[in-house]
Ligand binder design. Structure first.
Ligand SMILES: [Zn+2]
Length: 504
């Protein structure tokens, strides 16, 4: 049993912290291990129990679980139960994102605000597009809500007062505003004004939240893991009853699973549930665990202290043995009430819907952190670092053996549907190959006299020794297959390396 201080529901509602332990406003609020803010004034002590639920249906206390084969889950649990949020050394991804010219600090802004350099920005755009496309295919209706709100708005003012330390405030004339810390309430305000009937449900409102702002504690800022401004795909679904909410929850869980798979991210799962809901819906929770196929950390709350009765998150483990939550779905039983969101039932009566929060990916910034940290762990183990193909800023690097082969390289680049760079610099072929490796370019194609004559390319694939002579069409087909149905954008910088400026 783990004990936590009493948490005020009203206070934590809407503050959609999509991380495990993220809110430590030491001056005014304390943080419980589940990652929600707590008021110091509350008296009662809520209790949660940590369990491990396995795909075979067994549920055991965490102390009795044999961790062999579930090492990441073990790290996750120990981080959840005793880990510190404080960051003592720069996480591995920070150096990587700088060296690869993806993202960099912005000394002229507040800490936790970054410059997105062309290659990092390309990755970010592709992830944003992919998350939005997944949600839109599922039926999400896209909207955009403001980034700033009136501090005196009655519904917003009440809980904002409880989070004085994490807001950015904005003065304009004699009015005071705050910058949003999530898209949740922007969407509630839209939903409040919508005309919704039972036959519209479930209705799903979606926003690619560009941006949300949180003044995290300076000591907890950690590169792209925890920043002060971030991009988050955020969807809220209104459901007619618990059965419909469960159905949508499951569908959204599958979308999250797809996201993690498309990003090739190793992850562990946590399910957090209120005991009463768990007892009534045990089979449903089991169905998810069975589908997940690996043991899951289950946190059961004796009573409901938060706005949700059920949530899950996918968490990644980084090189510092810290966990960070990405995808999440939650069944919210409070905020439809607070924001007076209604639908009209068969008999023409106003009813309160259930509300689901979902972020299919979690923060986009944090996904790049996760990708880089995963590579850092791979490198530690002596493995080859690589991004998923569709996210590689450069997918192919062509190397002309001599200047007379540059034209042919340009011809190839124009024909294959990939992001192709040409290393036309006055360097040796060996140097150029090594440089492509340092940049994690998945394919290097060399073109010399022999290839010119054979109308071929000598292709080296990252992580595989040797090279293979391929016709342009064969190479191109292979690349198309790797790209699949993921979003694609051409290079947004010069393809000739000699024309590319340095960004740091
Ligand atoms: Zn939300």
């Amino acid at each position: 049993m783990k004990k936590n201080k009493r948490i005020d529901n009203k206070q934590v509602s809407d503050i959609q912290y999509n991380v495990s332990k993220n809110n430590s406003l030491k001056s005014t609020l304390k943080t419980n291990k589940g990652g929600r803010a707590m008021g110091a004034k509350q008296e009662e002590e809520p209790k949660s129990e940590w369990l491990i639920v396995s795909p075979d249906g067994s549920i055991i206390k965490v102390e009795k679980f044999k961790w062999a084969g579930s090492e990441d889950l073990k790290v996750f649990y120990s981080y959840e139960s005793s880990g510190s949020r404080e960051v003592k050394e720069a996480p591995a991804h920070v150096k990587m994102m700088q060296q690869m010219e993806l993202v960099d600090y912005e000394p002229a802004a507040d800490s936790g605000n970054f410059r997105w350099l062309p290659k990092g920005h390309l990755i970010k755009r592709l992830m944003e597009r992919h998350a939005s496309e997944i949600v839109k295919d599922y039926g999400g209706i896209q909207v955009e809500s403001p980034v700033m709100y009136d501090l005196k708005h009655p519904q917003l003012a009440s809980y904002l007062k409880r989070f004085p330390a994490r807001q950015y405030y904005l003065l304009s004339g004699d009015k005071k505003y705050f910058l949003r810390f999530a898209a949740c309430f922007g969407q509630y305000l839209i939903m409040h004004d919508m005309g919704i009937s039972y036959h519209h449900l479930p209705v799903k409102i979606y926003e690619l939240t560009h941006y949300s702002f949180r003044r995290e504690q300076a000591g907890e800022l950690a590169g792209l893991r925890r920043l002060r401004v971030f991009t988050m795909p955020d969807m809220h679904s209104l459901c007619v009853d618990v059965e419909q909410a469960k159905e949508e929850f499951y569908q959204q869980y599958l979308l999250c699973k797809r996201w993690m798979s498309d990003l090739e991210l190793n992850h562990v799962m946590a399910i957090r549930v209120v005991d009463d809901f768990f007892q009534k819906n045990r089979d449903f929770v089991m169905e998810i665990v069975k589908d997940f196929g690996r043991p899951v950390l289950l946190e059961v709350w004796k009573e409901r202290f938060f706005y949700f009765v059920l949530k899950f998150e996918f968490n990644v483990i980084d090189g510092q043995k810290k966990a960070a939550a990405l995808s999440t779905v939650q069944i919210d039983v409070e905020n439809a009430e607070r924001f007076d969101i209604n639908y009209v039932d068969k008999d023409g009566k106003q009813q309160r819907p259930l509300l689901l929060h979902a972020s299919i990916s979690g923060s986009i910034d944090r996904n790049l952190y996760a990708l880089l940290e995963l590579q850092a762990r791979r490198i530690q183990k002596g493995e080859v670092a690589k991004f998923p193909y569709w996210l590689c800023p450069t997918q192919v690097r062509l190397i002309p053996v001599a200047d007379r082969h540059i034209l042919r390289c340009q011809e190839i680049a124009s024909k294959i549907g990939a992001r192709v760079e040409i290393d036309d610099r006055k360097e040796t072929v060996g140097y150029k190959i090594r440089e492509a490796e340092v940049n994690w370019v998945p394919f290097v194609g060399m073109v010399g006299d022999k290839e010119l004559e054979n109308q071929a390319i000598a292709v080296r694939e990252r992580g595989i020794s040797g090279q293979k002579e391929m016709k342009e069409s064969e190479f191109s087909q292979n690349l198309d297959q790797l790209q699949g149905d993921k979003p694609f954008e051409p290079l947004s910088w010069p393809s000739l390396l000699s024309k590319q400026p340095r960004f740091r």
